[in-house]
Design a protein around this ligand. Structure first.
Ligand code: DGJ
Length: 694
């Protein structure tokens, strides 16, 4: 009997009489040791191809003698503490006919109720074996019904929530895009048992894979209505020849099992990410002004310096220079050329980035810079010099996604080059305080000049190459925060977020769309990772509405002050100030999603500090109906017997709050059982409410 447990979850395995490993239980923690003997045997934990099971296997290997089967038997297991509250169990399995070893790793985070799993595969056959399936994790559930929520979409339309009941057969959620891998679907899911998922009740398993490339989740309901969930790298065009004694380590799969709906599952992930996973998870985040939508490619030194003045006026921490500052033979005047040539464009920046760093310093703000180091425009010096560094099919016409191609990161020389882009900028301009690291193309023209006859390794080696680069960047510049960006939310996974402090969820900054997109990502990612900028998208909404939406994540601006009247500018300055005060609650507190935008014309979310001393509530009326009935919004997460003052903040200059019962003191009990009349019948109205214990 092998127990893998957190504070609330038990995952129990047992070795059968035949020596094979079975998953006997996954669910609420079983605390009475003797009960465990009554559990049914369950299904074989990590199913192999070629034996008696007729459904999707977790692993498939072709041995040297042409035998395609694998039969794994238990050999040993061990457990150890990694740090207080974090333990690892490793179960070792072997085939008794072939020298193949499979190690299943489970790391448990007691308090956060997260389990991290990965698999190591190795062998001692003479020649390489061919791995055609190699899951990170396989989990089994045996319940009446299963409801799967996926997060799919496209550019500017990311992480839409769709829930469906699963019935017999397979549902596969996967991506084959290679680099901008999550453009169509995000690497996480929610799986509710017995009934459709709910925010505050019901059992829901939430899982996510840490892999910045092709992933696959397979949900298969078998003939007995049992569900098998297989998660890992997408094996599509990724057969892997594994040499003897080399360990194939799968990416990490992380999951939580909540007994209080999606809300608790999200809070588990947020707590865990801040404490154990994110780069600088315990640190705060900088507000910024980005020039992308204010200028696109059309800027020069003077223009940028004037935008820095605007950043100072707004009171943000940093100015972020976006795309368009580099290349000379083919200046980056648009997205069709220059990518790959990382020298400053002389016409635009005659005094280089150094001048900008200095100016920012003089003005008392930080300076950040955009790069897209994994890519190349065919119209660039890099392409002319190093076509062998570019992923492209040798004997076919090239086709482009955003006029560009992907560099071959499986090649160590390319890894050095990509690392060198950051390293050179940091060496020349040590004052650079932030990078926005973009990635706008999927892998196209799929062929690596470097891998030659091992093309099916490309998708895997490319991601490993990226991690090598990121590891080097992190080792040399450990205090450098970076934003992960991929033409919007094309990259959003927890392995990348070991290297990045935050990510750009979408190029769509229409605040109404953002209410949905941020709602989607908030299911697994904490607010400090979700960059949210105030822009001119959807001018039908007020600057206040746009800012209120952006304040629910990591606040930034991507707008010219001249796009705002003086009232709006004054409001924004005050909002930045308010945000700085609220940062500890918004970035470090517990998120309670109160009313879903998917359910109607209004939405509301709140953040509560860990000590329940203060909270902030955001509410939005999108398109209410005439004279519609609206119910009070019941708050959550407060202490019932504590008294809280409720006060609307972030008001336009000179505006008064129209919230009934504003600036009054209520018990937590009242706020959580009766609630506040936050919603109105005004179109595109928003409110920010501070709740502070007296
Ligand atoms: C795509 C990003 O998502 C945008 O924010 C911007 O940086 C552009 N790329 C620049 O090309």
């Amino acid at each position: 009997m092998i127990k893998v447990e957190t504070g609330n979850i038990s995952l129990i395995f047992q070795v059968g009489d035949n020596g094979r490993l079975y998953q006997r239980y996954l669910g609420k923690k079983l605390t009475h040791a003797s009960d465990v003997n009554f559990l049914p045997q369950g299904t074989e934990a990590y199913l192999t191809h070629g034996m008696e099971d007729y459904f999707e296997p977790a692993i498939q290997i072709l041995h040297n003698d042409g035998n395609p089967s694998l039969l794994l038997k238990y050999v040993t297991h061990s457990s150890r503490q990694l740090e207080a509250g974090v333990n690892e169990t490793v179960i070792t399995l072997e085939d008794d006919k072939y020298p193949v070893t499979v190690k299943l790793h489970y790391t448990t985070y007691d308090k956060e109720n997260i389990i991290k799993t990965f698999t190591e595969i190795s062998h001692r056959e003479k020649k390489p074996v061919l791995l055609s399936k190699y899951a990170s994790s396989m989990l089994h559930l045996n319940r009446a019904k299963y409801f799967l929520t996926e997060f799919s979409g496209d550019w500017a339309h990311e992480a839409n929530i769709t829930e469906r009941e699963l019935d017999f057969g397979k549902k596969v959620v996967d991506t084959k895009l290679g680099s901008r891998a999550d453009m169509f679907v995000s690497p996480f899911f929610q799986l509710s048992v017995d009934r459709a998922s709910e925010e505050n009740s019901g059992e829901v398993l939430v899982g996510t894979i840490g892999w910045t490339g092709n992933f696959r989740f397979t949900f298969e309901v078998d003939n007995k209505n049992e569900l098998r969930i297989i998660s890992g790298i997408n094996p599509y065009f990724s057969e892997y020849q594994l040499p003897a004694n080399e360990v194939f380590r799968t990416p990490d799969f992380y999951f939580t099992y909540s007994f209080e709906g999606r809300g608790q599952a999200s809070r588990n992930f947020h707590d865990w990410a801040r404490k154990h996973q994110l780069k600088d998870g315990d640190k705060t985040r900088m507000t910024l002004l980005n020039n992308w939508e204010a200028t696109y490619f059309n800027f020069n030194e003077e223009k940028l310096i004037s935008l820095m003045d605007e950043a100072v006026k707004l009171g943000v921490d940093m100015f972020l220079l976006d795309d368009g500052w580099f290349a000379n033979k083919y200046p980056r005047s648009g997205d069709h050329q220059g990518l790959g040539d990382w020298d400053e464009t002389k016409d635009k920046l005659p005094n280089g980035v150094g001048r900008l760093v200095e100016e920012a310093k003089k003005k008392g703000i930080k300076f950040g810079i955009w790069i897209e180091p994994e890519m190349v425009n065919p119209k660039s010096e890099l392409y002319e010099k190093h076509k062998d560094w570019v992923i492209h099919l040798p004997n076919r016409d090239e086709y482009y996604f955003r006029n560009q191609l992907v560099l071959d990161l499986s090649n160590p020389a390319v890894q050095d080059y990509v690392f060198g882009i950051v390293d050179k900028l940091m060496t020349n301009y040590p004052g650079i305080a932030f990078f926005k690291w973009d990635c706008n193309s999927p892998i196209t023209n799929i062929y690596s000049p470097y891998l030659k006859n091992k093309q099916s390794h490309l998708y895997i080696e490319h991601v490993r190459g990226l991690y090598n680069v990121l590891e080097r960047v992190k080792a040399k510049y450990p205090d450098l925060p970076m934003m992960l960006c991929s033409g919007g939310g094309g990259r959003s996974d927890y392995e990348a977020l070991k290297y990045f402090t935050e990510f750009w969820p979408s190029d769509n900054t229409d605040p109404i769309e953002r209410l949905f997109i941020q709602w989607g990502y908030s299911q697994v990612f904490p607010s400090k990772t979700l960059c949210a900028h105030v822009t001119t998208w959807n001018r039908n909404t007020s600057v206040k509405f746009r800012t209120d939406v952006a304040m629910m994540g990591k606040l930034g601006f991507d707008i010219k002050l001249e796009d705002m009247n003086s009232n709006d500018q004054q409001f924004c300055r005050q909002a930045v100030n308010n945000y700085n005060q609220l940062k500890p609650v918004i970035l470090e507190g517990d998120l309670y999603r109160l009313v879903s935008p998917y359910e109607g014309n209004h939405t509301s979310s709140m953040y509560v500090s860990k000590n329940k001393q203060s909270a902030v509530v955001f509410s939005f009326d999108i398109h209410p109906r005439y004279a519609e009935k609206s119910l009070p919004v019941r708050l959550q997460g407060l202490e019932k017997d504590r008294k809280y003052r409720v006060k609307e903040i972030n008001l336009m200059p000179d505006a008064n709050s129209s919230l009934s019962g504003n600036d009054q003191v209520y018990s937590g009990e009242y706020l959580m059982n009766v609630g506040l009349n936050l919603f109105t019948t005004q179109q595109l109205n928003s409110r920010v409410i501070q709740v502070i214990a007296e």
